[in-house]
Design a binder for this molecule. Structure first.
Ligand SMILES: Cc1cc2nc3c(=O)[nH]c(=O)nc-3n(C[C@H](O)[C@H](O)[C@H](O)COP(=O)(O)OP(=O)(O)OC[C@H]3O[C@@H](n4cnc5c(N)ncnc54)[C@H](O)[C@@H]3O)c2cc1C
Length: 358
């Protein structure tokens, strides 16, 4: 028999966005375990950070904001961010007694009875009056399709599987993608690889000088406008450009970051352009980003024609019980913090206004 457990709110995901939301739910008087639950399908604390490659040290992440209510102090910049942040999230969950349930995979969220949402999971069902979806993007790596892709005899992998630079020693590597991950992969791999080639769809946009708050706000506003229109969100980095730091300058000077336009097809031995040029490769590394992991929300039919979920603040326009935190404009550590607080404020108002169904 499947007993449905009832809570006021379910939080899906225990990354920055889910933990920030859980913290604010607690602060507002919701009791973990009784009034809300946090469900996460990863094996341990850390959200997506637990899966990031070892050479992504804490010193290399650009602007990790601490979770609300507890600073991340004295972290060694030389240690992998996967370790530093996982330990910090673990401490955080304990300090605020957030009682994250894991590994629990949320398979579907659908309309329940009495105006409630039914959350179906690998560990039974939950019924909730409100939902905070904080599932990030790591679980949905985006692989573009190119003609001939299936004929390639070498290895293809995505940033989500990047094992660190040693795996590419002595190999000819094509890196696809003009974001922060692509450039970081190239700078790490180039000294060990036999040859690297960098291809991007659009020429990279380098950002000179410091990234001040005003520029940050303008970038977030652009992504916000997209989700308000129901378009799929773009990453905040895609609108801010890439910072010209010392490592990037060096990569440009050395020719490691000599960007080529996107190839037109993949051959058994490499990649080829329409003008006849070819590059041989042992590996194609797709640093082509991620998409929001929201398939489990499909039964609620939140998606617009444009392919995205229309969101006002954090609230899904099509269903005010559903909040998306860490989605679109709040897909950064600082954005997720703010969005968690805003979602909880809104949910509290909703629950106070709506009479509890008998
Ligand atoms: C390589 C890389 C580096 C980055 N560096 C920075 C940086 O330096 N600074 C910054 O601000 N941002 C950075 N970002 C963006 C950053 O990761 C996020 O802003 C933030 O950490 C995301 O937090 P989140 O809680 O939204 O998602 P996540 O950390 O991905 O957490 C989502 C959680 O939801 C769980 N989940 C997903 N689907 C389900 C399901 N169906 N059922 C149950 N659980 C589920 C996952 O297991 C995961 O634990 C980086 C991103 C990448 C890819």
């Amino acid at each position: 028999m499947n007993d449905i457990r009832e809570v006021e709110a379910v939080v899906i995901g225990a990354g920055q966005a889910g933990l920030s939301s859980a913290y604010h739910l607690r602060r507002t008087g919701f009791e973990p375990g009784r009034d809300f639950v946090v469900l996460d399908h990863s094996p341990g604390p850390g959200g997506a950070w637990q899966f990031r490659w070892p050479s992504l040290t804490y010193g290399k992440v650009h602007g990790m904001h601490a979770l609300p209510g507890m600073e991340l102090t004295e972290a060694d910049p030389a240690r992998p961010s996967s370790e530093v942040i996982t330990e910090y999230f673990d401490r955080y969950e304990r300090a605020f007694d957030l009682r994250v349930r894991r590994p629990v995979d949320v398979r579907a969220v659908r309309e329940g009875t009495g105006g409630r949402l039914l959350v179906e999971t690998s560990d039974g069902d939950w019924s909730a009056r409100a939902l905070i979806n904080a599932t990030g993007t790591w679980d949905r790596p985006f692989w573009p399709r190119y003609p001939g892709q299936e004929t390639f005899r070498g290895r293809q992998l995505h940033t989500a599987q990047y094992p660190g630079p040693e795996a590419f020693a002595g190999l000819r590597v094509v890196v696809v993608g003009g974001g922060a991950s692509g450039t970081q992969h190239l700078l790490e791999i180039a000294p060990l690889a036999a040859e690297t080639t960098w291809v991007t769809r659009r020429p990279p946009v380098w950002r000179e000088g410091p990234f001040d708050e005003e520029a940050g706000r303008a970038a977030v506003a652009l992504v916000e406008e997209r989700v308000r229109q129901g378009l799929p969100p773009r990453s905040v980095v895609s609108v801010t450009g890439l910072p010209l730091n010392d490592a990037i300058r060096q990569g440009l000077a050395d020719g490691v970051l000599d960007r080529q336009p996107m190839f037109d097809r993949i051959t058994p031995d490499g990649v080829a352009w329409a003008d006849g040029r070819q590059v041989s490769a042992d590996v194609i590394l797709w640093a082509t980003g991620f998409r929001p992991a929201v398939e489990h929300l499909a039964p609620l039919r939140l998606r617009e024609r444009g392919g995205g979920i229309r969101v006002e603040g954090t609230r899904a326009v099509a269903d005010p019980r559903v909040h998306l935190v860490g989605y679109g404009p709040s897909a950064s550590t600082v954005g997720a913090n703010r969005a968690g607080r805003a979602a909880v404020r809104d949910i509290r108002r909703l629950l106070e206004e709506e009479p509890v169904a008998a």
